[in-house]
Design a binder for this molecule. Structure first.
Ligand SMILES: [Zn+2]
Length: 440
């Protein structure tokens, strides 16, 4: 692996050359070692020598998460005796999918997280509270720990404990960096305020937000991101990652989107027809993680929609940056000709203090248009009308949805379902109704 800062400060030409070299090696390795890709290349009459640059990847079909579920062990490129860790993803059908890691893969993962944390500003003197699970076959917690260890900072491995337990850990061990989902960081700040300890005075300087975007499409902080920033008076750094990619896209201190690590991943941004979209336009993120030895992947469809940015970054790095995830491709809504993703509506709701919880439903209204209904639970004695809430959403998505109010307990029951890692806030009732064109 390269030096601890990665190659991001080198020229774009040098970065592209390294990326191309590593891609060529990765394609050859996948062809030679992975039964899944060997079969795929041979059935199409393709040779690995034909893949020298990222553009050449377009000749290869996309890999889907369904492929990973159905042909899982065919992706394994080493004897199983070389596997040292089993990571699991939640899977698209809810069935966990194994991503098997070699010792080299864990080294790579640690390197990825080291350069990611360094990019956010973490240094050896920091004490890093990792409020995310290290067990349960999750990759993330393990990766964060490895990154902290490689920097030489101190890890405080609380896991995603209750706000009360985390508050005790914060007061006892005084972390300078928090890693966790933004909603947990807000609940933790609230708990500390209840204890009479203002979180802004506890010396936390960086909040690394995982799991949910903290920026909006123009790269400024979302209402949720701003609340974390204000609650802790700390720099908020977002990051995007997934177990299959085994690579993260961290915000640098300039906070202008997640920098791509060119030595670890090649990203394509594709439209609905699989054609590349230029920087600044929304497309699906398609990932080819480099230097993976256990289960190498080529052109994995993530299902996530985002925009790439290639303007120079204030931090001086010459790598491209990935904007926040605008939504899941399958969750794209078409309402009266406007494209909307559920997170944009959530961001508007997160900016309304009276709203304590919420969810969104989508229905098929008529051919080519969807209809949405927003259900909110309000804090006690909140003096806000459904019309005002609908207006605030219109300010964000330019459309005024139907809004209804339910008791917060009822909303909570709807969004928390057993066995899910996160609350479910989007219910797609379009499929239940069936497509109006499906009988054609
Ligand atoms: Zn930057």
């Amino acid at each position: 692996m390269e030096s601890a800062t990665g190659i991001a400060f080198e020229s774009r030409d040098a970065i592209d050359a390294l990326s191309a070299r590593l891609l060529e090696r990765h394609v050859r390795y996948s062809f030679e070692r992975s039964p899944f890709y060997r079969r795929r290349f041979e059935s199409l009459g393709l040779r690995p020598e034909a893949f020298r640059r990222p553009e050449d990847l377009r000749n290869l079909p996309l890999t889907t998460k369904a492929d990973l579920e159905s042909d899982n062990r065919d992706f394994l490129a080493v004897p199983e005796s070389q596997i040292v860790d089993l990571c699991q993803t939640s899977g698209t059908t809810g069935k966990p999918v194994s991503m098997l890691q070699t010792a080299e893969d864990l080294e790579r993962l640690g390197y990825n997280e080291e350069i990611s944390f360094r990019m956010a500003g973490v240094v050896q003197e920091d004490r890093v509270l990792i409020a995310c699970a290290l067990g349960r076959c999750f990759m993330a917690g393990l990766a964060y720990f490895e990154g902290v260890r490689r920097i030489g900072a101190m890890a405080i491995r609380t896991g995603a404990d209750s706000p009360a337990m985390l508050a005790e850990a914060v007061l006892a061990h005084r972390p300078t960096v928090l890693v966790g989902v933004p909603s947990l960081m807000l609940a933790l700040a609230e708990r500390l305020r209840e204890l009479g300890c203002p979180p802004t005075e506890l010396g936390v300087r960086i909040c690394i937000s995982i799991g949910e975007p903290v920026r909006v499409a123009d790269l400024s902080l979302s209402p949720l991101g701003k609340r974390v920033e204000l609650s802790w008076n700390a720099q908020v750094s977002g990051t995007y990652a997934s177990t299959e990619m085994a690579t993260s896209f961290p915000d640098c201190a300039a906070g202008a989107g997640g920098h791509l690590h060119p030595e670890l991943i090649v990203i394509e941004m594709l439209d609905d027809d699989g054609r590349p979209v230029p920087p600044g336009e929304a497309g699906e993120v398609v990932a080819t993680p480099l230097q993976v030895t256990g289960m190498p992947l080529l052109r994995l469809r993530t299902g996530d929609v985002a925009m790439m940015h290639d303007a120079p970054c204030a931090c001086g790095r010459n790598t491209v940056r990935l904007g926040p995830i605008l939504g899941r491709k399958q969750q794209m809504l078409k309402i009266q000709g406007t494209t909307v993703y559920p997170p944009a509506i959530f961001e508007a709701l997160q900016g309304i203090p009276e709203v304590s919880n919420y969810y969104l439903e989508a229905f098929t209204d008529y051919e080519l248009s969807d209809r949405i209904r927003v259900t909110v639970g309000l804090a006690p004695h909140a003096g806000i009308s459904t019309d005002l809430i609908a207006e605030r959403i219109r300010g964000r998505i330019r459309l005024k949805p139907e809004v209804r109010i339910l008791a917060p307990g009822e909303v909570e029951r709807q969004i928390t379902q057993d066995g899910k890692r996160k609350a479910t806030r989007f219910f797609d009732r379009r499929k239940e109704q069936g497509s109006p064109n499906s009988h054609a």
